[in-house]
Write a protein that binds this ligand. Structure first.
Ligand code: CTP
Ligand code: MG
Ligand code: K
Length: 181
C-alpha cells in the first residue's frame, strides 16, 4: 500500500472517531456522568464528562459515518483509493468507543490526582483511538481487521496525535475549549 492510500484510508476510517470529541466540546454541559460522586476523595470522572456531550458526540460520529457512506463512491474516485464503508456496528463502535476512551482517561486522570482540564500527554492524544478501535473490534472484528491493516494502523497511531494537537489548538484559539489539549 502506498503512503497516500494509507493516510487517506486512515483519516477516512477514523473520522467517525475524531468528530465525537469535538462535538462533545461544542455540545457539552449539564449533568456530569458521575453525578458529582467522588472516590478516594476525588471525583470519579469530573464535570468535563457529561451525558449531553457523550450523547451528542456519539450521535455526531455515527451520523458522519453514514454521511460518508452516502458519498463513499465519489470520495474514493476523487482520491483514487479503495472506498471505506461503515457498517452500523463499526460506526457505533468508533463513535461510542471514542467517547468511552476519553471517559476512561478522565477516570485515570482523577485517580492520579489531575484536576479537570489538566493535561496528560500521550493519554490525551490516544485514549479515544484505543477506545474507538477497541469497541469497533468488539462489535465488528472483521471490519476492523480488514480496514486497519498494519500500514493503516501505523498511520493512525502517528497522524492522530498530530491532528489532535492541531484541532485542539484551533478549538482553544477560537474560544471553544478552555485548554489547548
Ligand atoms: N465534554 C462533555 N462530555 C464528554 C466529553 C467532553 O461534555 N464525554 C465537554 C466538556 O464540556 C469538557 C469539554 O468537552 O469540558 C472538553 O473535553 P475534555 O478536554 O475531554 O474534558 P476536560 O474538561 O479537559 O476534562 P478531563 O480533565 O476530565 O479530560
Ligand atoms: Mg481537556
Ligand atoms: K480528553
Amino acid at each position: 500500500m502506498d503512503l497516500v492510500t494509507a493516510v487517506v484510508t486512515a483519516l477516512w476510517a477514523m473520522l467517525p472517531a475524531y468528530v465525537p470529541n469535538n462535538a462533545a466540546v461544542l455540545a457539552g454541559g449539564g449533568r456530569p456522568i458521575d453525578g458529582g460522586r467522588t472516590w478516594g476523595g476525588r471525583r470519579v470522572l469530573g464535570d468535563g464528562k457529561t451525558w449531553r456531550g457523550t450523547a451528542a458526540g456519539t450521535a455526531a460520529g455515527v451520523a458522519l459515518a453514514f454521511g460518508l457512506n452516502a458519498a463513499s463512491g465519489p470520495i474514493a474516485d476523487l482520491l483514487s483509493v479503495p472506498a471505506v464503508e461503515f457498517p452500523l456496528p463499526a460506526a457505533v463502535g468508533l463513535a461510542l468507543g471514542a467517547m468511552a476512551g476519553d471517559i476512561g482517561a478522565s477516570f485515570v486522570k482523577r485517580r492520579s490526582g489531575r484536576e479537570r482540564g489538566a493535561p496528560f500527554p500521550g493519554l490525551d492524544q490516544l485514549d479515544f483511538v484505543v477506545g474507538a478501535l477497541g469497541l469497533a473490534a468488539v462489535l465488528d472484528f472483521e471490519w476492523v481487521a480488514a480496514t486497519f491493516t498494519p500500514p493503516v494502523l501505523a498511520t493512525v497511531l502517528i497522524v492522530t496525535p498530530l491532528l489532535h494537537v492541531v484541532t485542539n489548538g484551533i478549538a482553544y484559539l477560537v474560544g471553544a475549549k478552555d485548554e489547548p489539549w
